[in-house]
Design a protein. Structure first.
Length: 524
Protein backbone atom coordinates (compact mmCIF):
# COMPACT_ATOMS: atom_id res chain seq x y z
CA UNK A 1 0.00 0.00 0.00
CA UNK A 2 2.91 2.36 0.72
CA UNK A 3 6.39 2.77 -0.74
CA UNK A 4 8.24 2.82 2.56
CA UNK A 5 8.77 0.41 5.45
CA UNK A 6 5.88 0.42 7.89
CA UNK A 7 7.17 2.20 10.98
CA UNK A 8 3.90 1.70 12.89
CA UNK A 9 3.99 -2.08 12.83
CA UNK A 10 5.48 -3.58 16.02
CA UNK A 11 6.31 -7.24 16.29
CA UNK A 12 2.98 -7.95 17.96
CA UNK A 13 1.27 -7.62 14.58
CA UNK A 14 3.14 -10.67 13.35
CA UNK A 15 1.40 -12.94 15.88
CA UNK A 16 -2.22 -13.26 14.76
CA UNK A 17 -2.83 -16.86 15.80
CA UNK A 18 -4.86 -15.86 18.85
CA UNK A 19 -7.13 -13.30 17.21
CA UNK A 20 -10.86 -13.64 17.95
CA UNK A 21 -12.69 -15.38 15.15
CA UNK A 22 -14.74 -12.25 14.56
CA UNK A 23 -12.05 -9.71 15.42
CA UNK A 24 -13.81 -7.00 13.36
CA UNK A 25 -16.75 -6.95 15.75
CA UNK A 26 -14.81 -7.91 18.89
CA UNK A 27 -12.25 -5.13 18.51
CA UNK A 28 -14.45 -2.56 16.83
CA UNK A 29 -17.33 -2.51 19.32
CA UNK A 30 -17.14 -0.79 22.69
CA UNK A 31 -18.87 -2.14 25.81
CA UNK A 32 -22.59 -1.58 26.26
CA UNK A 33 -22.96 0.68 29.30
CA UNK A 34 -25.94 2.84 30.25
CA UNK A 35 -24.92 6.43 31.17
CA UNK A 36 -25.79 7.33 34.75
CA UNK A 37 -28.19 10.00 33.49
CA UNK A 38 -29.87 10.62 30.17
CA UNK A 39 -28.88 14.28 30.04
CA UNK A 40 -26.18 16.52 31.49
CA UNK A 41 -28.69 18.78 33.36
CA UNK A 42 -29.97 15.69 35.19
CA UNK A 43 -26.47 14.94 36.42
CA UNK A 44 -25.91 18.52 37.58
CA UNK A 45 -29.33 18.63 39.26
CA UNK A 46 -28.48 15.57 41.33
CA UNK A 47 -25.40 17.17 42.83
CA UNK A 48 -27.05 20.58 43.25
CA UNK A 49 -29.65 18.84 45.44
CA UNK A 50 -27.19 16.47 47.12
CA UNK A 51 -24.40 18.94 47.97
CA UNK A 52 -25.72 22.52 47.67
CA UNK A 53 -22.93 23.88 49.86
CA UNK A 54 -20.05 22.27 47.96
CA UNK A 55 -17.99 24.52 45.71
CA UNK A 56 -19.03 24.05 42.09
CA UNK A 57 -16.78 26.56 40.34
CA UNK A 58 -13.94 28.91 41.21
CA UNK A 59 -12.25 31.62 39.17
CA UNK A 60 -9.54 33.81 40.74
CA UNK A 61 -11.01 34.95 44.07
CA UNK A 62 -14.62 34.21 43.19
CA UNK A 63 -16.62 31.01 43.60
CA UNK A 64 -20.13 29.61 43.50
CA UNK A 65 -21.47 26.66 45.42
CA UNK A 66 -23.65 24.08 43.69
CA UNK A 67 -26.69 25.69 45.28
CA UNK A 68 -25.66 29.17 44.17
CA UNK A 69 -24.90 28.00 40.64
CA UNK A 70 -28.26 26.26 40.52
CA UNK A 71 -30.04 29.45 41.58
CA UNK A 72 -28.08 31.67 39.18
CA UNK A 73 -28.84 29.32 36.28
CA UNK A 74 -32.55 29.36 37.18
CA UNK A 75 -32.57 33.17 37.23
CA UNK A 76 -30.88 33.38 33.82
CA UNK A 77 -33.10 30.65 32.37
CA UNK A 78 -36.19 32.66 33.29
CA UNK A 79 -34.75 35.77 31.65
CA UNK A 80 -34.05 33.72 28.52
CA UNK A 81 -37.63 32.45 28.56
CA UNK A 82 -38.88 36.04 28.70
CA UNK A 83 -36.93 36.69 25.51
CA UNK A 84 -38.58 33.75 23.80
CA UNK A 85 -35.80 31.15 24.13
CA UNK A 86 -37.29 27.67 24.09
CA UNK A 87 -36.32 24.07 23.53
CA UNK A 88 -34.56 23.64 20.19
CA UNK A 89 -33.28 27.23 19.98
CA UNK A 90 -29.62 28.25 19.78
CA UNK A 91 -28.11 30.82 22.14
CA UNK A 92 -24.69 32.32 21.39
CA UNK A 93 -22.21 32.63 24.25
CA UNK A 94 -19.68 35.26 23.18
CA UNK A 95 -17.43 35.80 26.17
CA UNK A 96 -14.26 34.61 27.91
CA UNK A 97 -13.51 32.03 30.61
CA UNK A 98 -15.50 33.05 33.66
CA UNK A 99 -18.10 31.98 36.18
CA UNK A 100 -20.84 33.71 34.10
CA UNK A 101 -19.81 31.41 31.22
CA UNK A 102 -20.72 28.38 33.34
CA UNK A 103 -24.01 29.94 34.45
CA UNK A 104 -24.89 30.57 30.80
CA UNK A 105 -24.17 27.00 29.78
CA UNK A 106 -26.32 25.47 32.53
CA UNK A 107 -29.19 27.90 31.90
CA UNK A 108 -29.32 27.14 28.18
CA UNK A 109 -29.21 23.40 28.73
CA UNK A 110 -32.04 23.53 31.26
CA UNK A 111 -34.33 25.00 28.64
CA UNK A 112 -33.44 22.34 26.10
CA UNK A 113 -31.62 24.98 24.07
CA UNK A 114 -28.18 24.69 22.50
CA UNK A 115 -25.35 26.97 23.55
CA UNK A 116 -22.89 28.18 20.92
CA UNK A 117 -19.56 29.11 22.59
CA UNK A 118 -17.06 31.53 21.10
CA UNK A 119 -14.07 33.17 22.79
CA UNK A 120 -14.63 36.89 22.31
CA UNK A 121 -11.42 38.63 21.40
CA UNK A 122 -10.01 35.48 19.78
CA UNK A 123 -12.68 34.59 17.24
CA UNK A 124 -12.54 36.84 14.14
CA UNK A 125 -15.43 39.29 13.73
CA UNK A 126 -16.44 37.77 10.39
CA UNK A 127 -16.62 34.31 11.99
CA UNK A 128 -18.94 35.65 14.71
CA UNK A 129 -21.21 37.20 12.07
CA UNK A 130 -21.31 33.89 10.19
CA UNK A 131 -22.16 32.00 13.36
CA UNK A 132 -24.97 34.41 14.28
CA UNK A 133 -26.44 34.02 10.81
CA UNK A 134 -26.21 30.24 10.57
CA UNK A 135 -27.57 29.57 14.08
CA UNK A 136 -30.34 32.18 13.79
CA UNK A 137 -29.68 33.01 17.42
CA UNK A 138 -31.89 35.79 18.71
CA UNK A 139 -30.05 36.06 22.04
CA UNK A 140 -26.35 36.60 22.69
CA UNK A 141 -25.04 35.96 26.20
CA UNK A 142 -21.92 37.75 27.37
CA UNK A 143 -20.67 39.81 30.34
CA UNK A 144 -21.20 43.49 31.08
CA UNK A 145 -17.55 44.34 30.32
CA UNK A 146 -17.66 42.61 26.93
CA UNK A 147 -21.14 43.59 25.72
CA UNK A 148 -19.99 46.84 24.01
CA UNK A 149 -17.74 44.74 21.75
CA UNK A 150 -20.64 42.76 20.28
CA UNK A 151 -22.35 43.85 17.08
CA UNK A 152 -25.93 42.66 16.82
CA UNK A 153 -28.78 42.90 14.36
CA UNK A 154 -32.05 44.71 15.08
CA UNK A 155 -33.82 41.46 15.94
CA UNK A 156 -31.15 40.31 18.40
CA UNK A 157 -30.57 41.09 22.05
CA UNK A 158 -27.42 40.99 24.16
CA UNK A 159 -27.75 39.89 27.78
CA UNK A 160 -24.97 40.38 30.34
CA UNK A 161 -24.99 37.26 32.49
CA UNK A 162 -23.24 38.89 35.43
CA UNK A 163 -25.87 41.63 35.55
CA UNK A 164 -28.58 38.97 35.75
CA UNK A 165 -26.66 37.15 38.50
CA UNK A 166 -26.38 40.34 40.55
CA UNK A 167 -30.06 41.33 40.28
CA UNK A 168 -31.70 39.68 43.27
CA UNK A 169 -35.11 41.04 42.28
CA UNK A 170 -35.27 38.59 39.38
CA UNK A 171 -37.21 35.36 39.74
CA UNK A 172 -34.89 32.50 40.77
CA UNK A 173 -37.50 29.79 41.26
CA UNK A 174 -36.52 26.37 39.88
CA UNK A 175 -37.03 25.88 36.17
CA UNK A 176 -38.42 22.54 35.05
CA UNK A 177 -35.78 20.55 33.18
CA UNK A 178 -36.84 20.54 29.54
CA UNK A 179 -33.85 18.82 27.89
CA UNK A 180 -34.30 15.36 26.38
CA UNK A 181 -31.52 13.01 25.24
CA UNK A 182 -32.05 13.80 21.56
CA UNK A 183 -32.00 17.59 21.95
CA UNK A 184 -29.05 19.45 20.46
CA UNK A 185 -27.39 21.04 23.47
CA UNK A 186 -24.17 22.43 22.02
CA UNK A 187 -23.13 23.72 18.59
CA UNK A 188 -19.37 23.76 18.19
CA UNK A 189 -17.87 25.55 15.23
CA UNK A 190 -14.70 24.15 13.76
CA UNK A 191 -11.75 26.50 13.66
CA UNK A 192 -12.31 27.20 9.97
CA UNK A 193 -8.68 26.74 8.96
CA UNK A 194 -9.78 25.26 5.63
CA UNK A 195 -12.61 27.68 4.91
CA UNK A 196 -15.89 28.77 6.46
CA UNK A 197 -16.44 27.41 9.98
CA UNK A 198 -18.94 24.56 10.25
CA UNK A 199 -21.23 24.07 13.23
CA UNK A 200 -21.28 20.56 14.69
CA UNK A 201 -24.55 19.75 16.48
CA UNK A 202 -23.94 17.79 19.69
CA UNK A 203 -26.88 16.19 21.51
CA UNK A 204 -27.48 15.50 25.18
CA UNK A 205 -27.22 11.77 24.40
CA UNK A 206 -23.82 12.34 22.77
CA UNK A 207 -22.47 14.13 25.83
CA UNK A 208 -23.99 11.82 28.43
CA UNK A 209 -22.51 8.83 26.63
CA UNK A 210 -18.92 10.05 27.09
CA UNK A 211 -19.14 12.17 30.25
CA UNK A 212 -21.33 9.87 32.34
CA UNK A 213 -19.57 6.56 31.64
CA UNK A 214 -16.02 5.36 32.23
CA UNK A 215 -13.38 6.11 31.15
CA UNK A 216 -14.70 9.43 29.81
CA UNK A 217 -15.85 10.50 33.26
CA UNK A 218 -12.17 10.30 34.35
CA UNK A 219 -13.24 9.22 37.82
CA UNK A 220 -14.47 12.74 38.62
CA UNK A 221 -16.43 12.82 41.87
CA UNK A 222 -17.25 15.19 44.74
CA UNK A 223 -14.09 16.52 46.36
CA UNK A 224 -11.96 16.46 43.21
CA UNK A 225 -10.86 19.64 41.44
CA UNK A 226 -10.93 19.76 37.64
CA UNK A 227 -8.96 22.32 35.66
CA UNK A 228 -10.70 24.47 33.04
CA UNK A 229 -7.76 25.56 30.90
CA UNK A 230 -8.93 25.15 27.29
CA UNK A 231 -10.62 27.53 24.86
CA UNK A 232 -14.36 27.70 25.47
CA UNK A 233 -14.95 27.20 21.73
CA UNK A 234 -13.08 23.87 21.78
CA UNK A 235 -15.02 20.62 22.31
CA UNK A 236 -12.61 19.49 25.02
CA UNK A 237 -13.67 22.50 27.14
CA UNK A 238 -17.06 20.79 27.44
CA UNK A 239 -15.20 17.71 28.74
CA UNK A 240 -13.70 19.87 31.46
CA UNK A 241 -16.78 21.93 32.34
CA UNK A 242 -19.69 19.55 31.93
CA UNK A 243 -17.70 16.45 32.83
CA UNK A 244 -16.92 18.12 36.14
CA UNK A 245 -20.35 19.54 37.03
CA UNK A 246 -22.35 16.46 36.01
CA UNK A 247 -20.15 14.31 38.26
CA UNK A 248 -20.03 16.56 41.33
CA UNK A 249 -16.49 17.94 41.10
CA UNK A 250 -15.16 21.48 41.56
CA UNK A 251 -14.28 23.35 38.36
CA UNK A 252 -11.18 25.54 38.63
CA UNK A 253 -11.14 28.13 35.84
CA UNK A 254 -7.66 29.30 34.98
CA UNK A 255 -6.40 32.83 34.61
CA UNK A 256 -3.40 33.67 32.44
CA UNK A 257 -1.14 31.13 34.12
CA UNK A 258 -2.03 27.57 33.09
CA UNK A 259 0.81 26.18 35.19
CA UNK A 260 -0.63 27.71 38.37
CA UNK A 261 -3.96 25.98 37.74
CA UNK A 262 -2.33 22.66 36.88
CA UNK A 263 -0.50 22.70 40.20
CA UNK A 264 -3.70 22.81 42.29
CA UNK A 265 -6.12 20.47 40.48
CA UNK A 266 -6.68 16.71 40.60
CA UNK A 267 -7.87 16.21 37.02
CA UNK A 268 -6.35 17.79 33.94
CA UNK A 269 -7.63 17.61 30.36
CA UNK A 270 -5.39 19.04 27.64
CA UNK A 271 -4.02 18.78 24.15
CA UNK A 272 -0.51 17.28 24.05
CA UNK A 273 0.84 20.68 22.96
CA UNK A 274 -0.55 22.37 26.06
CA UNK A 275 0.51 19.53 28.35
CA UNK A 276 4.05 19.72 26.93
CA UNK A 277 4.23 23.38 27.97
CA UNK A 278 3.75 22.46 31.65
CA UNK A 279 6.39 21.52 34.18
CA UNK A 280 5.32 17.99 35.09
CA UNK A 281 7.62 17.88 38.11
CA UNK A 282 5.52 20.60 39.73
CA UNK A 283 2.23 18.81 38.99
CA UNK A 284 2.51 15.61 41.02
CA UNK A 285 -0.71 16.63 42.76
CA UNK A 286 -2.57 15.67 39.56
CA UNK A 287 -4.24 12.28 39.83
CA UNK A 288 -5.67 11.94 36.30
CA UNK A 289 -4.68 13.40 32.94
CA UNK A 290 -6.42 12.95 29.59
CA UNK A 291 -5.06 14.17 26.27
CA UNK A 292 -6.72 14.35 22.86
CA UNK A 293 -6.98 16.65 19.88
CA UNK A 294 -3.66 15.73 18.23
CA UNK A 295 -1.08 12.90 18.37
CA UNK A 296 0.66 12.55 21.72
CA UNK A 297 4.46 12.16 21.74
CA UNK A 298 5.58 9.00 23.55
CA UNK A 299 8.04 10.87 25.83
CA UNK A 300 5.22 13.11 27.04
CA UNK A 301 2.90 10.18 27.74
CA UNK A 302 5.65 8.32 29.59
CA UNK A 303 6.53 11.31 31.75
CA UNK A 304 2.99 11.94 32.99
CA UNK A 305 1.99 8.28 33.00
CA UNK A 306 4.78 7.58 35.49
CA UNK A 307 3.00 9.40 38.33
CA UNK A 308 -0.69 9.70 37.44
CA UNK A 309 -3.47 7.88 35.60
CA UNK A 310 -2.84 8.98 32.03
CA UNK A 311 -5.39 8.51 29.22
CA UNK A 312 -4.43 8.85 25.58
CA UNK A 313 -7.58 9.53 23.57
CA UNK A 314 -8.75 10.34 20.08
CA UNK A 315 -11.82 11.62 18.32
CA UNK A 316 -12.91 14.56 16.20
CA UNK A 317 -15.55 17.06 17.31
CA UNK A 318 -18.08 15.22 15.14
CA UNK A 319 -17.79 12.13 17.36
CA UNK A 320 -18.28 14.03 20.62
CA UNK A 321 -14.89 14.90 22.10
CA UNK A 322 -13.38 11.38 22.00
CA UNK A 323 -14.48 7.96 20.80
CA UNK A 324 -11.40 5.93 21.80
CA UNK A 325 -9.29 5.97 24.96
CA UNK A 326 -6.72 3.90 26.85
CA UNK A 327 -4.71 4.26 30.03
CA UNK A 328 -1.02 4.47 29.20
CA UNK A 329 1.89 3.50 31.42
CA UNK A 330 5.60 3.80 30.60
CA UNK A 331 6.07 0.03 30.57
CA UNK A 332 3.64 -0.49 27.67
CA UNK A 333 5.24 -1.63 24.42
CA UNK A 334 3.21 0.78 22.34
CA UNK A 335 1.42 4.09 22.74
CA UNK A 336 -2.05 3.58 21.27
CA UNK A 337 -5.29 5.54 21.24
CA UNK A 338 -7.03 2.59 22.84
CA UNK A 339 -10.38 1.00 22.21
CA UNK A 340 -13.88 2.25 21.38
CA UNK A 341 -15.51 3.97 24.35
CA UNK A 342 -18.87 2.64 25.63
CA UNK A 343 -21.71 2.27 23.13
CA UNK A 344 -19.40 3.27 20.26
CA UNK A 345 -17.73 1.51 17.33
CA UNK A 346 -14.61 2.01 15.23
CA UNK A 347 -14.13 0.44 11.82
CA UNK A 348 -11.11 0.52 9.51
CA UNK A 349 -12.60 0.45 6.04
CA UNK A 350 -11.58 0.73 2.41
CA UNK A 351 -13.10 3.12 -0.12
CA UNK A 352 -16.05 0.76 -0.62
CA UNK A 353 -16.73 0.74 3.15
CA UNK A 354 -15.59 -2.88 3.41
CA UNK A 355 -13.35 -4.01 6.31
CA UNK A 356 -9.64 -4.01 5.60
CA UNK A 357 -7.65 -7.15 6.52
CA UNK A 358 -6.41 -7.27 10.10
CA UNK A 359 -3.33 -5.15 10.69
CA UNK A 360 -3.70 -3.14 7.50
CA UNK A 361 -3.72 0.61 7.82
CA UNK A 362 -6.77 2.55 6.68
CA UNK A 363 -9.29 5.23 7.47
CA UNK A 364 -11.17 5.01 10.73
CA UNK A 365 -14.95 5.35 10.67
CA UNK A 366 -16.60 6.06 14.02
CA UNK A 367 -20.08 4.86 14.91
CA UNK A 368 -22.44 4.51 17.85
CA UNK A 369 -23.84 7.01 20.34
CA UNK A 370 -20.87 9.32 19.79
CA UNK A 371 -22.01 10.30 16.30
CA UNK A 372 -23.34 13.85 16.42
CA UNK A 373 -26.42 15.21 14.66
CA UNK A 374 -24.44 16.57 11.72
CA UNK A 375 -23.29 19.96 10.51
CA UNK A 376 -25.75 22.79 10.86
CA UNK A 377 -27.18 23.87 7.48
CA UNK A 378 -24.62 21.99 5.38
CA UNK A 379 -26.27 19.06 3.60
CA UNK A 380 -23.39 18.64 1.15
CA UNK A 381 -20.78 18.14 3.86
CA UNK A 382 -23.15 15.95 5.87
CA UNK A 383 -23.55 13.61 2.90
CA UNK A 384 -19.78 13.44 2.51
CA UNK A 385 -18.80 12.74 6.12
CA UNK A 386 -21.86 11.10 7.74
CA UNK A 387 -23.05 7.78 6.33
CA UNK A 388 -25.50 5.03 7.34
CA UNK A 389 -23.64 2.31 9.23
CA UNK A 390 -23.69 -0.83 7.03
CA UNK A 391 -22.88 -3.02 10.04
CA UNK A 392 -25.54 -1.62 12.39
CA UNK A 393 -28.80 -1.00 10.53
CA UNK A 394 -30.46 2.25 11.52
CA UNK A 395 -27.27 3.75 12.96
CA UNK A 396 -24.92 6.35 11.51
CA UNK A 397 -21.14 6.53 11.29
CA UNK A 398 -18.65 9.33 10.65
CA UNK A 399 -15.59 9.44 8.42
CA UNK A 400 -12.86 10.70 10.75
CA UNK A 401 -10.08 11.12 8.14
CA UNK A 402 -7.73 9.62 10.74
CA UNK A 403 -5.62 6.60 9.78
CA UNK A 404 -5.32 3.65 12.13
CA UNK A 405 -4.66 -0.05 12.46
CA UNK A 406 -5.51 -2.69 15.03
CA UNK A 407 -3.03 -4.37 17.35
CA UNK A 408 -3.50 -7.98 18.43
CA UNK A 409 -4.63 -6.68 21.84
CA UNK A 410 -7.58 -4.90 20.25
CA UNK A 411 -6.12 -1.42 20.54
CA UNK A 412 -5.86 1.18 17.80
CA UNK A 413 -2.57 2.60 16.66
CA UNK A 414 -3.04 6.12 15.31
CA UNK A 415 -1.16 6.48 12.03
CA UNK A 416 -1.71 10.15 11.30
CA UNK A 417 -4.26 11.97 9.20
CA UNK A 418 -5.17 11.25 5.61
CA UNK A 419 -3.87 14.74 4.86
CA UNK A 420 -0.51 13.78 6.43
CA UNK A 421 0.19 11.22 3.71
CA UNK A 422 2.29 13.21 1.25
CA UNK A 423 4.59 12.56 -1.68
CA UNK A 424 8.25 13.54 -1.49
CA UNK A 425 10.46 12.84 -4.52
CA UNK A 426 7.71 10.57 -5.80
CA UNK A 427 7.55 8.45 -2.62
CA UNK A 428 4.71 8.28 -0.11
CA UNK A 429 5.72 9.61 3.30
CA UNK A 430 3.80 9.73 6.57
CA UNK A 431 4.55 13.05 8.25
CA UNK A 432 3.41 11.78 11.64
CA UNK A 433 5.73 8.77 11.30
CA UNK A 434 8.74 11.01 10.66
CA UNK A 435 7.90 13.08 13.73
CA UNK A 436 7.62 9.96 15.89
CA UNK A 437 11.09 8.86 14.78
CA UNK A 438 12.51 12.28 15.65
CA UNK A 439 10.95 11.96 19.11
CA UNK A 440 13.21 8.94 19.63
CA UNK A 441 16.12 11.40 19.77
CA UNK A 442 17.53 11.66 23.29
CA UNK A 443 15.99 14.61 25.12
CA UNK A 444 13.36 15.36 22.47
CA UNK A 445 9.90 16.01 23.91
CA UNK A 446 7.92 16.90 20.79
CA UNK A 447 8.39 17.11 17.03
CA UNK A 448 6.35 18.19 14.04
CA UNK A 449 7.06 17.56 10.36
CA UNK A 450 5.59 19.40 7.38
CA UNK A 451 5.88 19.20 3.62
CA UNK A 452 7.67 22.29 2.27
CA UNK A 453 7.65 21.33 -1.41
CA UNK A 454 7.71 18.15 -3.50
CA UNK A 455 11.38 17.61 -2.65
CA UNK A 456 11.58 18.82 0.92
CA UNK A 457 10.46 17.94 4.44
CA UNK A 458 10.89 20.40 7.29
CA UNK A 459 10.80 19.35 10.95
CA UNK A 460 10.52 21.34 14.18
CA UNK A 461 11.73 19.95 17.49
CA UNK A 462 11.78 21.00 21.10
CA UNK A 463 13.50 21.75 23.34
CA UNK A 464 15.86 24.09 21.51
CA UNK A 465 18.86 22.13 22.81
CA UNK A 466 18.19 19.26 20.37
CA UNK A 467 20.91 19.09 17.71
CA UNK A 468 19.38 19.09 14.21
CA UNK A 469 21.84 16.44 13.00
CA UNK A 470 20.87 14.14 15.88
CA UNK A 471 17.23 14.44 14.85
CA UNK A 472 18.12 13.64 11.23
CA UNK A 473 20.15 10.65 12.38
CA UNK A 474 17.11 9.28 14.26
CA UNK A 475 15.05 9.41 11.07
CA UNK A 476 17.82 7.96 8.90
CA UNK A 477 18.26 5.04 11.33
CA UNK A 478 14.70 3.82 10.80
CA UNK A 479 13.34 5.27 7.58
CA UNK A 480 14.40 5.62 3.92
CA UNK A 481 16.52 8.56 2.81
CA UNK A 482 13.58 10.51 1.39
CA UNK A 483 12.03 10.72 4.87
CA UNK A 484 14.99 12.63 6.31
CA UNK A 485 14.06 16.32 6.68
CA UNK A 486 16.16 18.87 4.81
CA UNK A 487 15.69 21.37 7.62
CA UNK A 488 15.32 20.77 11.38
CA UNK A 489 14.43 23.81 13.48
CA UNK A 490 14.92 23.51 17.27
CA UNK A 491 12.49 25.61 19.32
CA UNK A 492 11.93 26.15 23.03
CA UNK A 493 8.25 25.38 22.45
CA UNK A 494 6.16 24.54 19.39
CA UNK A 495 3.57 27.25 18.62
CA UNK A 496 -0.07 26.58 19.44
CA UNK A 497 -3.39 27.75 18.03
CA UNK A 498 -5.90 29.48 20.36
CA UNK A 499 -7.46 26.05 20.87
CA UNK A 500 -4.19 24.58 22.10
CA UNK A 501 -3.27 22.51 19.06
CA UNK A 502 -0.08 22.62 17.03
CA UNK A 503 -0.12 25.73 14.85
CA UNK A 504 0.93 24.25 11.50
CA UNK A 505 0.27 27.46 9.60
CA UNK A 506 2.73 29.34 11.76
CA UNK A 507 5.31 26.57 11.42
CA UNK A 508 5.14 26.52 7.63
CA UNK A 509 5.47 30.31 7.61
CA UNK A 510 8.58 30.00 9.76
CA UNK A 511 9.96 27.36 7.40
CA UNK A 512 9.35 29.60 4.41
CA UNK A 513 11.19 32.48 6.08
CA UNK A 514 14.19 30.27 6.91
CA UNK A 515 14.36 28.62 3.50
CA UNK A 516 14.04 31.92 1.65
CA UNK A 517 16.72 33.48 3.82
CA UNK A 518 18.99 30.54 3.00
CA UNK A 519 18.32 30.92 -0.71
CA UNK A 520 19.16 34.62 -0.48
CA UNK A 521 22.44 33.87 1.27
CA UNK A 522 21.39 35.25 4.65
CA UNK A 523 21.81 31.85 6.29
CA UNK A 524 24.95 29.84 5.79
Amino acid sequence: MFDQPDIHKPEAYQDVDNLPADWFAAFGTGPVVAPRFGTIPQGFAKFAAQQPGAVAVTCADQSLSYGELDQAANRLARVLMEHGVARGDAVCLFLTRSIPMVVGIIACMRLGAAYVPQHLGVAPENALRTILGVTKSRVILTTAALSPKITMADDQVVIAIDDVMADETLDARPVAEQATPDDVCMILFTSGTTGVPNGVQVTQRNLANILLTAPGDLGIRPGLKVGQILSIAFDMAAWETLGCLSNGGTLVIRGRDIQATAEVVDVLIATPSILASLDADRCHNVQTVAVAGEPCPRPLADKWGAFCTFYNSCGPTETTIINTAIQHTPDKADLTIGKPTPNNTVYILDDDLSPLPFGEKGEMWAGGDCVTAGYLANDVLNAERYRPDPYRPGAMMFRTRDLGRWTTTGELRHCGRVDDLVKIKGFRVELDGVSRKIEDTAGCTQAATLKYDNETLVSFVCPATIAPQAACNSVAAGLPYYCVPKLVVPLDELPKTPRGKLDKRRLISMAQDIMQAAENGAVQ
